[in-house]
Design a protein around this ligand. Structure first.
Ligand code: SF4
Ligand code: SF4
Length: 424
């Protein structure tokens, strides 16, 4: 249970402002799908066991993207996403759920079938058993995720972390500890490669810190605090063992989890100190590059090499770069600075969550795609050649989105991959 989520004064006054921004509510128009309704049901469920075990509670807990848009507009700054996570923690304990079982299996009627169904799929193994059981991909994407999707990014073996074992970190320049995260480690290694290449050109010493693992966000968001703490301790031990100048991520979700770490250790001074230090050192990789003078020079060189071909690029801001302590405009600033090489399309269409939402995409795949497509249409009307975004979940969602919209020629990539491409 997080103390911060229940600070006095942070109570819902039922103003309804959250209804204007909640991507789920805007697609379903159901009160239980917006923060105001969720909070009311969660409160009632504390004293009503029947409600706590009902389909209504299951939906309140699972049909939230944890995007943070409601908290951002809320006059009382009610931390609705945190309270949903806390509700998931309570539900997991109450139903004694194994870690991998999706919360959508909750309810008296659905619990047994859900356990069997999900357990059976898990028993088939994920990706032929290629992914380590401690990986966030295993927790986040059970087999149903891959069987439900039309587009799956290519799985890369060996993983980025395996490839970086025994790497030499003795180079010159600021020592930047790179936190890869599971998506980059297994599915989007090109994002890490781009950071490494650009960092080298910027005179930075990019170190893929040995001993790191999953950021723990899939477990944390799913209400499995115990696993989230175990993931956090592993990473904090790994990063605090090195003398670093900064910590970089190329996945906005992993970055946000680094900022969540201190609240996992409110009663553990040793790890709280490590968590606060790591959070203070963290910045999105685009910001770290922009802070390097040599990288600014590099951007000028890229612009100077303009040759008339300026691809139309749409940038999507991941929720974890839009709201909260990990918010950053650095990727957009970076793209804006390349105005001689790309034609940056103004924001429009999907200006909110892409609809992925981690476990939401698994539990409610159709609704997840519906939310995505409602915003993707206006973007595609602007004829982008590339859609650029810096979060593993968003990347996968847009890949699925353009395929489903029969526009597979639109390239989906990370901002650093785009910059790296312009250098070639
Ligand atoms: S914006 Fe905040 S106070 Fe207003 S209804 Fe939503 S959660 Fe309640
Ligand atoms: S976190 Fe996002 S999806 Fe969840 S209630 Fe708030 S606005 Fe809606």
């Amino acid at each position: 249970m997080t103390k911060e989520a229940y600070k006095p004064g942070k109570e819902c006054i039922k103003c309804g402002s959250c209804m204007t921004v909640c991507p789920v509510f805007q697609n379903t128009h159901m009160e239980a799908d917006v923060a105001r309704g969720r909070l009311a049901v969660l409160k009632q469920g504390e004293k009503d066991e029947k409600l706590a075990r009902s389909a209504i509670m299951r939906d309140v807990l699972t049909r939230c993207l944890l995007c943070g848009a409601c908290e951002n507009v809320c006059a009382n700054k009610v931390p609705a996403p945190r309270r949903v996570i806390q509700g998931r923690e309570i539900a997991r304990k109450r139903f004694n759920l194994p870690k991998q079982v999706q919360l959508a299996a909750l309810t008296d009627q659905g619990l047994k079938g859900g356990l069997l169904r999900t357990g059976g799929k898990l028993a088939q193994g994920l990706l032929g058993g290629k992914i380590d059981k401690s990986s966030g991909l295993y927790l986040r994407f059970p087999a149903s995720f891959f069987t439900d999707r039309k587009v799956i990014p290519a799985f890369t073996s060996p993983s980025w972390l395996e490839r970086k074992k025994g790497a030499d970190f003795s180079g010159p320049g600021l020592r930047i500890g790179f936190f890869a995260g599971c998506g980059t480690d297994h599915l989007f290694q090109q994002n890490a490669q781009a950071l490494e290449r650009l960092g080298e050109k910027a005179g930075l010493n990019i170190i893929t810190v040995p001993g790191q693992g999953c950021c723990g966000l899939p477990a944390y968001a799913g209400g499995d605090r115990e696993t989230a703490i175990a993931c956090a301790k592993r990473n904090l031990d790994a990063f605090s063992a090195l003398d670093l100048d900064a910590v970089a991520t190329v996945c906005a979700s992993c970055g946000s989890q680094i900022h969540n770490l201190p609240q996992l250790f409110e009663d553990d001074p040793e790890y709280l100190a490590k968590a606060e230090k790591m959070a203070a050192m963290h910045r999105d990789a685009a910001q770290i590059l922009l802070d390097a003078p040599d990288f600014r020079d590099l951007l000028k060189q890229i612009n100077a090499a303009a040759h008339g071909d300026t691809p139309r690029v749409y940038y999507h801001t991941p929720c974890h770069l839009r709201f909260g302590k990990s918010a950053s405009s650095a990727p957009l600033d970076l793209l804006k600075s390349l105005d001689q090489r790309i034609d940056l399309i103004p924001p429009g269409g999907l200006t909110q969550c892409c609809g992925h939402g981690g476990g939401f995409n698994i539990d409610h795949h159709d609704l997840s795609l519906k939310i995505h497509q409602s915003g993707l249409g206006p973007i595609l009307e602007q004829s982008p050649e590339k859609i650029v975004t810096g979060c593993t979940g968003c990347l996968m969602q847009f890949m699925e989105g353009v395929y489903t919209a029969e526009r597979p020629q639109v390239e989906i990539c990370h901002p650093l991959v785009l910059v790296d491409t312009l250098l070639k």
